[in-house]
Design a protein around this ligand. Sequence first.
Ligand SMILES: [Zn+2]
Length: 302
Amino acid sequence: MRKFLHQGDGYQHILMIFLDGLGLGETDPKHNPLALYPDIWPQAGVGPTHPHLACLPLDACLGVAGLPQSATGQTALLAGINAPALLGRHMQGFPSRRLVEMLQEHSIFVRMKTCGKTATFANAYRHPEDESTQARLSVTSHALKASGQPFRSLDQLWRKEALTHDFTNQKLLEKGYDVPLFTPEEAAHILIKLASQYDFTLYEHFLTDLIAHRGTPTEITDHVLLVTRFIRSCVEEALRAELFLIITSDHGNIEASQVKTHTRNPVPLIWLDKKDLTRLPPPADIAGVTPWILKLLDCESV
Ligand SMILES: [Zn+2]
């Protein structure tokens, strides 16, 4: 029997896949490459057609003018705080000291630890702090570091206990890195197996944003197909593993192929599966995602 998502039932395993720069766009594939795969990707006003996927729009602008950006958006997502409103602006790139302080206090990994839950970051990489103590870290790195946990290593990648941000590693191989090549389906299998061992798992993929900024139309559609294959397999494997899968983003970008910048579109909150959530309503904006996940895991008091 699949577990219900009612508060108090203590859902056991939650996997959150964070796809950078993926919003809700038009239903016309000429303008929105995600619309080629409506089974997985919702568009404005239209949910995924996959029978086990539900979706709601999340506001990513958080009441602040201008285009939403990664540093503030990801802090909002992973600390449950309206970071752009507190800073008075959307901030791109690496987090400022103020954002790092928010993550140190409120990061989802810190709050899981306080609550006695196991939580992990599935991404492996050669950590920048291994090379320089002055290295600047991303929001996700700070979110994990604040909990005192180590980062996953490239050894763990070879042992299939982690993925890189480039889940197939194809782009890293092209750059000359010594990493294994996975199919999107193999990568999904590795991720679901890992997530089945923790109360909460985060996986970050940011090529969606990078390729939307810099890629050609062909590169963008090729990448959307790759991500779709990966997510489709994650959905099928998560169903079998009775794992609660959440897919969301920090701001729009790849859903609007006419522009190379971020968008002010809402981002999707996609989840598996269509259970009655009336007793635990989903969030309305990206800052509500972490509190929602904490409630799903019965950590609402932290
Ligand atoms: Zn971007």
